[in-house]
Design a protein around this ligand. Structure first.
Ligand SMILES: Cc1cc2nc3c(=O)[nH]c(=O)nc-3n(C[C@H](O)[C@H](O)[C@H](O)COP(=O)(O)OP(=O)(O)OC[C@H]3O[C@@H](n4cnc5c(N)ncnc54)[C@H](O)[C@@H]3O)c2cc1C
Length: 481
């Protein structure tokens, strides 16, 4: 029998949305909860994320009179996820869909305010059961509710932005709607400042809302710098955990259970090579190293879905910094993605995970470029161009190239000029016809969400004709494993 330093009803490993939601449920049921966080910051990938929750048939849809049903939600899950092993059994899909109301109602009971991302589509809205507007997010809120915990929130975006802001903000240089949307965010910021608030949105809002209820209202303990090191198993049952707290080993009993919510293994190079065959270029929390997964495996747990990730395309990182994940920019007209030779290989506007899979299949972690022409540069706000660093440094690092002609650009990026020019000619023909005959870019409502509605006949297609042209080197990035 282990002698425990302390005992709780439930020990939760990890302080992201999975851990905090578990803690909320347990504490709501009257249980004493401890949350262990390995790093000096809580919130994980969750706090760095877009904070959007895909919750089909949710109460907010019903309040808005938007039709959805359990059957359609399950039909969509079957059509998209299908049978991918034990992790995607019918029972799990049903448990997820059937748990949505309870999750929303319980969080609302504690004052968490949700908003619908009404324009945001399912990633395959045309598949059976697919819809637009199933996502919800926490409304921007005052991070001052956290008190001193604000200092250790894993915050990267201290702004009250919301999901549906993104596609319009992209067009702030070229459309009245885009300017209006920026003004709306500005008025939220100013409104917050005038009322003495420090508003946060998206993932930071989700983490803040959950943590302030769990720790602030329900009194759960949250220990930073306290990684789980092993599960304690007695008579075939997990009865507690071993962890280190500020460098000292501790044994903690968990009379009702342990929840492993320590995220993926985004930054574990050895495992990335073992399971994915590449190093990976993650955008998330450096503390996601897979320790809790290893502890579970050691205790005899079966692992699933280790070979996959929330793949996507990212701008090649400068000096080992987290990679800048790109979503909307690659769906905008007047741009394409090509491989190192200069050939297109996928629908650039498809969901990030599909594009990542296509990159892996096409040339693994080979060379890829996102290429745009003058209108793409002039009309659209490209977040990575703002965030990625100084152009001169990016050019020196071989991440950014700029030229007046496609032939020059091809020379600069090491592609074959004739191939790149032929690719662009073919794409320009598709743009004029409004139909991408190779990869169907713009066919789905998902693609069009990030397109430019002022460009016709296809809001995702615009020809690459006028210099200057820019090429940004992209890599297979991810939002977590
Ligand atoms: C930039 C970005 C944008 C994203 N946008 C979205 C979005 O809009 N919608 C969406 O659904 N998904 C999005 N994702 C993915 C999403 O954020 C994650 O899938 C989700 O937050 C994972 O939640 P989690 O609680 O499982 O893990 P995390 O939030 O990563 O939390 C895990 C925590 O466990 C801690 N931990 C690790 N090892 C240990 C250990 N040994 N002991 C104790 N603690 C440990 C970690 O430090 C971390 O704090 C995004 C991700 C990123 C990076």
């Amino acid at each position: 029998m282990t002698t425990f330093d302390q005992t709780y009803d439930v020990v939760v490993v990890g302080s992201g949305a999975a851990g905090l939601a578990t803690a909320l449920g347990a504490a709501d049921g009257g249980l004493r909860v401890l949350i262990l966080e390995s790093t000096d910051k809580w919130g994980g990938n969750t706090a760095m994320s877009g904070g959007g929750l895909w919750l089909p048939n949710n109460p907010l849809m019903r309040r808005d009179g938007v039709l959805d049903s359990r059957e359609e939600a399950l039909e969509y899950l079957e059509a998209t996820v299908g049978e991918a092993g034990r992790a995607s059994s019918r029972a799990r899909k049903e448990a997820f869909v059937d748990g949505v109301d309870d999750f929303v109602n319980t969080t609302e009971k504690y004052g968490i305010t949700w908003a619908r991302a009404a324009d945001y589509p399912d990633y395959y809205p045309e598949r059976p059961g697919g819809k637009i507007g199933r996502g919800i997010e926490v409304k921007p809120l005052d991070s001052k509710v956290l008190g001193p915990w604000y200092q250790s929130l894993r915050l990267i975006m201290p702004l009250p932005v919301m999901t549906d802001d993104v596609w319009e903000v992209q067009r702030a240089f070229s459309s009245f709607a885009g300017v209006k949307r920026v003004a709306r965010i500005g008025s939220r910021v100013i409104g917050g400042l005038l009322t003495g608030k420090r508003l946060v949105g998206i993932g930071a809002a989700l983490a803040t809302a959950l943590q302030s209820v769990v720790v602030g209202k329900l009194g759960a303990d949250l220990w930073l710098n306290s990684p789980l090191t092993a599960l304690i198993v007695e008579d075939g049952k997990v009865v507690g955990v071993r962890a280190t707290r500020d460098g000292r080993p501790v044994a903690i009993g968990a009379s009702r259970g342990v929840m492993l919510a320590g995220g993926g293994f985004d930054y574990n190079r050895e495992w990335r090579q073992k399971y994915h065959g590449i190093d990976g270029a993650p955008s998330g929390n450096p503390g996601n190293l897979g320790g809790p997964i290893a502890a579970a495996e050691q205790a005899g747990a079966a692992l699933e879905l280790m070979d996959d990730a929330w793949w996507g395309a990212s701008i090649a990182p400068l000096h080992g910094e987290p990679a800048a994940f790109i979503v909307g920019e690659r769906a905008l007209p007047y741009s394409i993605i090509v491989d190192g030779r200069g050939n297109r290989f996928a629908n650039e506007a498809e969901s990030y995970v599909d594009l990542g899979h296509n990159m892996l299949r096409h040339d693994k972690d080979g060379t890829y470029w996102l290429i745009g022409e003058s209108r793409w540069l002039r009309r659209y706000v490209r977040s990575f161009a703002l965030a990625a660093g100084k152009p001169a440094e990016l050019k020196r690092a071989g991440i950014l190239a700029r030229a007046q002609s496609l032939a020059q650009l091809a020379e600069m990026i090491g592609a074959d000029p004739a191939t790149l020019i032929a690719t662009v000619d073919r794409f320009n023909g598709f743009a004029k016809a409004g139909v991408d005959g190779d990869f169907g870019r713009g066919n789905s409502a998902y693609d069009r969400y990030y397109g430019d509605p002022k460009v016709s006949p296809n809001p995702n297609l615009g020809p690459l004709e006028k210099g200057p042209f820019e090429a940004w080197r992209i890599v297979i990035g991810d939002l977590g494993t």
